[in-house]
Design a protein around this ligand. Structure first.
Ligand code: NDP
Length: 276
């Protein structure tokens, strides 16, 4: 039986085992997929001891995972400086990052958004923001404003993306001066602590769409703000979660699973789910 797992902390409410079990059943692959609690200090040891052929990595370990596979990481993982997918390669690991393509696929294919030439605000500069930013640029957006509580992290992300004409780092204190955006993405973990940063209503209008990368209770404050600000679409991160998992599954097994039934089942069960 092939073994796979997701590593992170907290990991108890992870939906990844359920998603991958459904994909494996659909594709006729016999595999175990566990959720393993691990932090910065014990991740490498637990990964080595687990015997897995592949792993997903979630908060707070994506940069640790990238460090483990730095010489053998995909271009998109290198641009993100973070890996969410590890593939065993003999005694070492190859790394990739499927978060960005997962988000873009959810927005464009499931929700019909056209990202080309769009003005995009990305709130946050942590692991998730690093994962989605390169894919948004590759999808043809016009410009990306990265606004983060710690300005230095927004600046570091903008530097790593290497497109100074299109990517603009900002502090959360500067939001009032930025005007209206076509797409607003909450990639902060602020609402896990119950506190959405103060967001001026002028950031969004009737032509804007908003997406919170989290889902369940954690997505409620930002999506409520987005609706109050007039956004036509206010989406959570459940679709991205399923799509990034499908892309990881493809990397491990060479098969792309069909996602709609898994998404529909998770959507139906979603009440009260708060973690990726
Ligand atoms: P990180 O810990 O790497 O980054 C957290 C980010 O949130 C940082 O930018 C941090 O700012 C900001 N932040 C935290 N608290 C506050 C606050 N009180 N006010 C303002 N900003 C704050 O987390 P991740 O990037 O990995 O995850 C972010 C979110 O994305 C989580 O909710 C996670 O569940 C979700 N996610 C969803 C996925 C999906 O598939 N749907 C995949 C991956 C993540 P600073 O730099 O100043 O500390």
């Amino acid at each position: 039986m092939q073994r796979y797992a997701v590593f992170g902390s907290p990991i108890g409410h992870s939906q990844s085992p359920r998603i991958h079990a459904a994909f494996a059943k659909q594709c006729g692959i016999a595999m175990n997929y566990d959720a393993i609690e691990a932090g910065h200090a014990d991740f490498a040891a637990k990964l080595a001891a687990s015997g897995v052929r592949g792993a997903n990595v979630t908060l707070p370990l994506k940069e640790d995972a990238f460090a483990l596979c730095m010489g053998n990481a995909s271009t998109r993982a290198q641009r993100a400086g973070a890996a969410n997918t590890l593939i065993r390669d003999g005694d070492s690991w190859r790394g990739d990052n499927t978060d960005g393509s997962g988000l873009v696929r959810d927005l464009t294919e499931r929700h019909g958004l056209d990202l080309r030439e769009r003005r995009v605000l990305l709130l946050g500069a942590g692991g998730a923001a690093r994962g989605v930013a390169p894919a948004l640029l590759d999808a043809g957006i016009h410009s990306l404003y990265v606004a983060n509580r710690t300005l230095a992290r927004a600046e570091a992300l903008a530097d790593a993306l290497g497109e100074p004409g299109r990517v603009h780092p900002r502090s959360l204190d500067d939001l009032a001066r930025l005007g209206e955006f076509d797409l607003l993405i909450n990639a902060t973990s602020a609402t896990r602590g119950g506190s959405l940063p103060t967001l001026p209503m002028a950031l969004a209008g009737r032509r804007s769409a908003a997406v919170d990368l989290s889902y369940g209770e954690a997505a409620v404050p930002f999506l409520a703000w987005a609706r109050a600000a007039g956004c036509t679409q206010a989406l959570d991160g459940l679709g991205m979660l399923v799509e990034q998992a499908a892309e990881s599954f493809l990397l491990w097994h060479g098969l792309r699973p069909e996602t709609e039934a898994v998404y529909a089942e998770l959507r139906a069960r979603n009440d009260g789910l708060v973690t990726a």
